[in-house]
Ligand binder design. Structure first.
Ligand SMILES: C[S@@+](CC[C@H](N)C(=O)[O-])C[C@H]1O[C@@H](n2cnc3c(N)ncnc32)[C@H](O)[C@@H]1O
Length: 319
C-alpha cells in the first residue's frame, strides 16, 4: 500500500502513488508542474470531480481518466488544476507601452492598408486581458472594425473560455477599469439584483476566444505582431518555458512584441532573438541574417511542433 499524503488543510488523504500519477498526467498534458507541497490544492480541486463522478478515491479517478477514450475527463482534470487569477489592465505598464510606443507605427501601416494587425493573448483565462488589449486598441483606433485587425485569445480551460466569451463581469471584477472605460466599453446588466457589466459588441467583435493547449500543436500560422503570455509559464518548468519562448519567437513578426508576467523572464537562449524594451516587454530582433529573421531558417524551428491542419475557425478569425 502506497504511503498516504495528508494535505495540511485537511479534506481527505491521497496516496503518494496516486498523487504522482495525477501530477505526471497533468504535466504531460499541460506542462503544469505541481510540487508535493501543493497536495492540498490537488485534493481540494479534484475532490469536486470525484463527487461529480461518484468516485470514492483518487486511484479510481486516475483509472477513470485513463479509461475515458474521449479525453473529456483529462481536460476536466487539467481545467480543475489551472489557476485563472486575472484582472482588467493587470500590469498596466504593458498597456501604456502598447498605447504610447507599440501601436502608433503599427496602426499607421494598418490604416494605410499596408499591413494587418494580429494580437494573441495566450493563456487569456476569463478574458480580462484580451478585453484590456481591445480597449487599448479602440482608444487608439476607434474605427478598428474597418481594418484588418484581430485579437486571438486562447486558453486550455474551457470553463474560463466560456466566461470570456460571455464577456459578463460582476461589478467587483471590473475594478481595474476606470469608470469612464467601464461606461464606454460595457453595458450595465442586472444579474439577479446585482450590478454586472457586459462587454459591448464593438469590444467582443475584435476578440476571438479559442481553446488551445500551449503545450501541444498550434493550428494557427500567425505571424503575430504582439503576444501577451503573462502569468502562464510560472506554472511550467524550465524546459517547457524555454521551448515556449522559442516557439513565440518563431510565430512573431520580425519586430514583434512579447509581453510576459511580472515574475517571468526570457532565458539566455531566447534572448538571442529578443531585446528587452520595457518591464517584461520584449521585442524580436530584426537583424539581417539573425536566427529569427526568417522563421523557416531558424534553428529553433526544429523545436516547433510539426504543422497541423489549420483549424478553419482559428485561421479565419484569429491568425
Ligand atoms: C493566472 S492565469 C493568467 C491570465 C492572464 N494572462 C493574466 O496575466 O492575467 C493563467 C492561465 O493560463 C492557462 N494555462 C495554463 N496552462 C496552459 C496551457 N498549457 N495552455 C494554455 N493555457 C494554459 C490557465 O488555464 C489560466 O487561465
Amino acid at each position: 500500500m502506497s504511503a498516504l499524503l495528508h494535505p495540511p488543510s485537511g479534506g481527505g488523504d491521497i496516496a503518494a502513488a496516486e498523487f504522482a500519477q495525477l501530477r505526471d498526467l497533468l504535466y504531460r498534458e499541460s506542462g503544469i508542474v505541481l510540487p508535493e507541497s501543493k497536495v492540498s490544492l490537488m485534493v481540494s480541486r479534484l475532490n469536486k470531480r470525484l463527487r461529480h463522478l461518484h468516485l470514492s478515491d483518487f486511484g479510481a479517478y486516475f483509472r477513470y481518466i485513463e479509461a475515458d477514450q474521449s479525453g473529456h475527463e483529462l481536460r476536466e482534470m487539467v481545467a480543475a488544476m489551472t489557476t485563472n487569477v486575472t484582472s482588467f489592465f493587470r500590469e498596466a505598464h504593458h498597456f501604456a507601452l502598447m498605447a504610447d510606443t507599440v501601436l502608433p507605427p503599427v496602426l499607421e501601416r494598418v490604416k494605410s492598408g499596408q499591413s494587418r494587425l494580429r494580437i494573441w493573448s495566450a493563456g487569456c483565462s476569463t478574458g480580462e486581458e484580451a478585453y484590456s488589449i481591445a480597449i487599448t486598441l479602440l482608444e487608439q483606433c476607434p474605427e478598428a472594425a474597418r481594418h484588418d485587425i484581430k485579437i486571438l485569445a486562447t486558453d486550455i480551460d474551457p470553463h474560463a473560455l466560456e466566461r470570456a466569451r460571455a464577456g459578463l463581469y460582476r461589478a467587483a471584477v471590473t475594478k481595474g477599469l476606470s469608470e469612464a472605460r467601464t461606461k464606454k466599453f460595457f453595458e450595465p446588466v442586472d444579474q439577479n439584483g446585482d450590478q454586472a457589466w457586459r462587454a459591448r459588441p464593438e469590444l467582443r467583435n475584435l476578440v476571438t476566444f479559442e481553446g488551445l493547449n500551449l503545450h501541444q500543436n498550434w493550428p494557427m500560422r500567425g505571424p503575430f505582431d504582439l503576444i501577451f503570455c503573462r502569468n502562464v509559464v510560472i506554472y511550467f518548468d524550465e524546459v517547457t518555458r524555454s521551448a515556449l519562448w522559442q516557439r513565440f519567437a518563431n510565430i512573431l513578426t520580425p519586430e514583434g512584441w512579447l509581453f510576459t508576467g511580472h515574475s517571468e523572464r526570457l532565458d539566455a537562449p531566447a534572448m538571442r532573438h529578443f531585446t528587452l524594451e520595457g518591464v517584461t516587454a520584449y521585442r524580436r530582433q530584426n537583424v539581417q541574417g539573425s536566427p529569427t529573421a526568417s522563421a523557416g531558417a531558424s534553428p529553433s524551428a526544429a523545436t516547433m511542433s510539426p504543422p497541423m491542419p489549420i483549424n478553419p475557425t482559428l485561421s479565419q478569425k484569429g491568425s
